[in-house]
Write a protein that binds this ligand. Structure first.
Ligand SMILES: [Zn+2]
Length: 236
């Protein structure tokens, strides 16, 4: 009797561990494969911006991208889109690639396992006027569950991470010219930045880094692309 209870408990624990590894661990492997695949594409650089739209930073970034005639990819947050309708309209008319980044921007690993999937789906609903049904999804903080990954893939949506973070949400930064040069020289393909910043020093850093990345990429003969173009390059 006692022994069978122990075996039963052992079985339950084993199943729970396998489920957790699949739910949280498999996406890590998928992410590593994606980074490798993107790393094998030559001659391109994708500038990507999360967490917008906001009332100030997004507009200044759009001005800069216009000035430089560079396409970028934006992963928008549903609740911020609801708060910044004017900027959302400007984004829609900008011609940049617009994708989703959930509705409420929570870390999937700090919520019950079903939370992210529902919040990701809600993001597509909130953003349905500007983001097409098949557009890509980027998980907040890069944290995703297998449930969400499968849910997106079954709907023909890609899940995007990045190859290098700009760390523009920190409080102290290296010289943006040096950071941009380092990223370009080490062959990074997809740079993660943010187009929502309340703090002026972070906003200034992100804008300066964007400028150095664009100029540096052109000096090196790289093509500045959206994620759609970059992924098209994988297939070609
Ligand atoms: Zn984010």
């Amino acid at each position: 009797m006692g022994m069978s209870i122990i075996i039963t408990i052992g079985g339950v624990v084993a199943v729970a561990i396998v489920a957790a590894v699949m739910m949280y661990g498999l996406p890590l492997a998928i992410r590593a494969l994606q980074e490798r695949r993107w790393g094998s594409i030559d001659g391109v650089l994708a500038l990507t911006y999360d967490d917008g739209p906001d009332g100030v930073t997004t507009g200044q970034l759009l001005d800069l991208l216009d000035e430089k005639s560079v396409p970028a990819t934006f992963y928008l947050v549903g609740f911020r889109a609801e708060l910044n309708g004017e900027m959302l309209r400007r984004l829609r008319e900008s011609g940049h690639q617009l994708a989703t980044h959930t509705h409420s921007h929570k870390n999937a690993w700090k919520k019950p396992f079903w939370f992210e999937y529902r919040d990701a789906m809600r993001g597509y609903e909130t953003l349905s006027g500007v983001v097409s049904e098949r557009e890509a999804y980027r998980p907040p903080f890069g944290k995703i569950t297998l449930l969400t990954w499968l849910g997106m893939r079954l709907r023909g949506r890609r899940v995007h991470w990045w190859t290098v973070p700009a760390n523009d949400t920190l409080d102290s930064f290296d010289d943006p010219a040096v950071v941009a040069g380092r990223m370009l020289d080490s062959g990074e393909r997809v740079v993660l930045m943010h187009c929502h910043h309340d703090e002026p020093h972070r906003r200034e850093y992100m804008l300066a880094l964007t400028r150095y990345l664009i100029d540096g990429a052109r000096d090196r003969g790289l093509r500045l692309v959206t994620m759609r173009e970059l992924e098209g390059g994988v297939v070609a």
